[in-house]
Design a binder for this molecule. Structure first.
Ligand SMILES: *[C@@H]1O[C@H](CO)[C@@H](O)[C@H](O)[C@H]1NC(C)=O
Ligand SMILES: *[C@@H]1O[C@H](CO)[C@@H](O)[C@H](O)[C@H]1NC(C)=O
Length: 346
């Protein structure tokens, strides 16, 4: 603890940030956003597999189970016109090949052909392999223009709860893992309707995706290991509840929008930007922006970083994926930068 404390105070000095980079290797994520959490019943209801949606006795957390009969899921009771959607999640442990846990916003139930969607999808693993996950963005039914990025994590997501968050404002989307922004999409006019623009609900699901999730479907769900249990707690829903069909008078969400846009999580500080860069350098192994076989011209929101570009093949995958063959579960380096936000907690 003393060692952590001294490394944290060192991190305060910008001049020593390079040194800090090495000292923070063993720092653990500890900060949290200053957000109001709600009980399950205050904002959500079961979506499917009701018997496998198991609420804790205090109503503050919920388990989603997948067994050989059904998966399960929950949905926010409202749709939100922009929002901050967040939960602490602990993923099922052991053998989870073919199991997908998804935490996402969508309005696919309301707008079948022109839906919007923002995804975290956790893609299962076989024994001894690391969990992988992807994020994706769809707008106005752009389902034939996937915007996937895939990554590893710097911790074992089955051991403890970590916060996963999606911020969506009129011009800015940020995906967070704990306090590390891992992806930002800044709206530009060329994106047109591909930028999500209609009210969305929050969904959380666990389901059998044997045909594609783990190594492209090579490894199926093995129900000897069932039930697969995903834990959700510290639920956060912030935004402007909206009726998706009845157009609201312009400006009726202005106050909520302003609140979202001025929140702590809407600001990518210099430290957070460094953490994001570090994360993406170390843990991103696929990006649609570098997949020139699929997109000869990268979609308009792509920001090409030449040094990054060189590390990826035309397929959008890393040339040398050092994680790919690794089997150990050693704790790994937390992206730099996040550490400098946490000394208050230590
Ligand atoms: C957290 O937010 C609440 C309400 O928005 C505010 O009163 C409080 O001062 C905040 N705490 C910190 C540490 O910023
Ligand atoms: C969304 O798609 C519909 C149907 O293709 C189209 O009429 C509409 O103009 C699009 N909206 C935006 C914002 O691009």
């Amino acid at each position: 603890m003393d060692r952590l404390r001294s490394s944290s105070s060192l991190c305060r000095s910008r001049a020593l940030s390079y040194l800090c980079f090495f000292l923070c290797i063993s720092c653990v994520a500890a900060t949290d956003f200053n957000v109001t959490t709600i009980r399950f019943d205050e904002g959500y209801s079961p979506l499917f597999g009701d018997s496998n949606v198991v609420r804790s006795s205090d109503g503050k957390s919920v388990h989603l189970l997948l067994d050989r009969y059904t998966g399960s899921g929950f949905i926010s009771s409202s749709l939100y016109n922009h929002g901050f959607f967040s939960a602490k999640i602990k993923l099922p442990a052991d053998y989870t090949a073919g199991v997908v846990v998804a935490f996402y916003t969508s309005n696919g139930d309301v707008f079948e052909k022109t839906h919007d969607e923002l995804d975290f999808e956790f893609l299962g693993n076989i024994h001894g392999k690391e969990w992988r996950f992807q994020t994706n963005v769809y707008g106005n039914g752009s389902t034939h223009r996937g915007r996937e990025e895939r990554y590893y994590l710097w911790f074992d997501p089955t051991r403890e709860f970590h916060r996963y968050s999606i911020l969506w404002t009129a011009n800015n989307i940020i995906f967070y893992v704990d306090d590390v922004p891992i992806r930002q999409v800044v709206r530009n006019d060329a994106m047109g309707g591909d930028y999500p623009s209609k009210p969305m609900s929050l969904y959380a699901t666990i389901w059998d995706a044997s045909n594609w999730a783990t190594s492209g479907g090579k490894y199926k769900v093995n129900y000897e290991y069932a039930p697969f249990v995903s834990h959700f707690s510290d639920l956060v829903l912030q935004g402007c509840p909206s009726d998706p069909i009845q157009q609201l008078p312009t400006g009726s969400c202005a106050e909520k929008d302003a609140e979202l846009e001025s929140a702590d999580y809407a600001v990518i500080t210099q430290e957070r930007r460094a953490a994001m860069k570090n994360f993406r350098q170390r843990y991103m192994y696929y990006s649609y922006c570098y997949d020139s076989l699929r997109y000869p011209v990268p979609p308009p929101e792509c920001v090409t970083v030449p040094a990054e570009r060189r590390r990826f093949k035309d397929t959008g995958r890393l040339k040398f994926d050092s994680h790919h063959h690794r089997h150990s579960k050693r704790p790994r380096r937390v992206p730099t930068g996040s550490a400098s936000n946490k000394q208050a907690e230590m």
